[in-house]
Design a protein around this ligand. Structure first.
Ligand code: NDP
Ligand code: 2IT
Length: 446
């Protein structure tokens, strides 16, 4: 390891004990940025990277609520306000039992660079709770969301901090939280994104992360004169990102053969076509069932407790959660001929999996570039809220495509190696960093 990176990481680990995901995210970025900062000493003297890894503010709070049996439940709520150099804090809320401060700091740190890459004026943040929505009634979810927002509302606002969805937070939860914010503050504003169309949402926001990850894969394939047409595709997850990734792959002539959830994965060699996808959307978004039911309905294999990476594919879209592709998975993907990885999820690949992709010269789009379409359309939702005018589907989709193309171009600009290989990790890290670093220099030591 570069001794400067090692020294920096020793400081990060000492200051942030027991936060392995945060260390992992910072380490990946430090490996790209420290050599770049050495060549650009103005960033070094102003300690930009040291400041960027220290959140501007963290809010941690109690979230008490009453379950359907009348019992009192207590969860922990968080908001990590990481960086506001280029705009209000912006980033999702995650409701999942694994949520803790280290996970949210990793997500907030990634978000800062991701949001910068979109070219829109958004700083970075992330929040959530260890609340588990699984098995809860609609009323329980509503009471939880109301209690969560009762505290969070005093810390956020349309020009301060604008949360959105992530794992376990979709349209239903955004609705309950928006209702409570409006009631307490007596303001109808664009304080959350991912709202429904009737009350300030944007067309294409639900689709945006998945669509964007597919547009990014198309851009990467384009550099080789190739496309998604006729490609066999493995997708993990079966939530928001996985669903709309599948929809766009189908539209572009690829064939998605896997989906998963925390129970296991299904393999449908005939492809998950639009009709089957509509059934999955009903299963996951309305009936809130398990992906194993797909195997019964469409008579295909279900692999309990397994991840889909052993199924031969040309293109993989990890779209469930962090560290879901490890070294062994990456080796199997490469052995089976996979050529493209476009990350819908945040940090789904472990560092040694990334090493395998890069040693084998795969087209590898890291999450902060490939999944930036979601927050990009959140940014467009904020624009429409400010204008008090909605844009058409075509207008938003066109802007999303342009943004994903520009992110790709930025990765090419900052990540192309002397042999011609595009190192999208370096490209995204440096491309995202420069704008924030220059803003921080201009704004002084704050
Ligand atoms: P959803 O809650 O809609 O879906 C999450 C999916 O991933 C579910 O299928 C879930 O299975 C599975 N999953 C979650 N945690 C685990 C786990 N620990 N192990 C195995 N499977 C798991 O979330 P999204 O689709 O919104 O988010 C998916 C990923 O995309 C996350 O990494 C998120 O941070 C990232 N992302 C999301 C964006 C958005 O706009 N929503 C934007 C950019 C990135 P189960 O139902 O069994 O829990
Ligand atoms: O990880 C992400 O980029 C998101 N969950 C979306 C954030 C947003 O503000 O739309």
């Amino acid at each position: 390891m570069d001794p400067k990176v090692e020294q920096f990481m020793a400081m990060i680990k000492a200051k942030n004990p027991a936060q392995p995901e945060f260390h992992q995210a910072v380490h990946e970025v430090a490996e790209s940025l420290i050599p770049f900062i050495e060549e650009n000493p103005k960033y070094k003297h102003a300690k930009i990277l040291e400041r960027m890894t220290e959140p501007e503010r963290i809010i941690i709070f109690r979230v008490p609520w009453i379950n359907d049996k009348g019992g009192v439940e207590i969860n922990r709520g968080f908001r990590v306000e990481m960086n506001s150099a280029i705009g209000p804090y912006k980033g999702g809320l995650r409701f999942h039992p694994t949520v803790n401060l280290g996970i949210l700091k990793f997500l907030a740190f990634e978000q800062v660079l991701k949001n910068s890459l979109t070219t829109l004026p958004m700083g970075g943040g992330k929040g959530g709770s260890d609340f588990d929505p699984k098995g809860k009634s609609d009323n329980e979810v509503m009471r939880f969301c109301q209690s969560f927002m009762t505290e969070l509302q005093r810390h956020i606002g349309p020009d301060t901090d604008v949360p959105a969805g992530d794992i376990g937070v979709g349209g239903r939860e955004i609705g309950y939280m928006f209702g409570q914010y409006k009631r307490i503050r007596n303001e109808f504003t664009g304080v959350l994104t991912g709202k429904a169309l009737e009350w300030g949402g944007s067309l294409i926001r639900p689709e945006a992360t998945g669509y964007g990850a597919v547009y990014f894969a198309q851009e990467m394939l384009n550099t080789k004169g190739d496309s998604l047409e006729g490609k066999t595709v493995a997708v993990s997850g079966s939530g928001n990102v996985a669903q709309f990734t599948t929809q766009k792959v189908n539209e572009l002539g690829g064939k998605v053969v896997t989906l998963s959830d925390s129970g296991g994965f299904i393999h449908d060699p005939n492809g998950i076509d639009d009709e089957k996808l509509a059934w999955v959307m009903d299963l996951k978004n309305i009936r809130r069932g398990r992906i194993s039911e797909y195997a019964q309905k469409y008579s295909c294999e279900y692999y309990e407790g397994k991840r889909p990476w052993g199924i031969p594919c040309d293109v993989a879209f990890p779209s469930a959660t962090e560290n879901e592709v490890n070294k062994e998975d990456a080796e199997v993907l490469v052995k089976n001929g996979c050529k493209v990885i476009s990350e819908g999820a945040n940090m789904p690949s472990t560092p040694d999996a990334i090493e395998i992709y890069q040693n084998n010269k795969l087209l590898y789009g890291p999450g902060k570039a490939a999944n930036a379409g979601g927050v990009a359309v959140s940014g467009l939702e904020m624009t429409q809220n400010s204008m008090r005018l909605p844009w058409s589907r075509e207008e938003v989709d066109q802007r999303l495509q342009t943004i994903m193309k520009n992110i790709h171009a930025s990765c090419v600009e900052f990540g192309t190696e002397s042999g011609g290989y595009i190192n999208y990790v370096n490209g995204a890290n440096i491309g995202g960093f420069v704008k924030i670093a220059n803003a921080m220099l201009a704004q002084g030591v704050v």
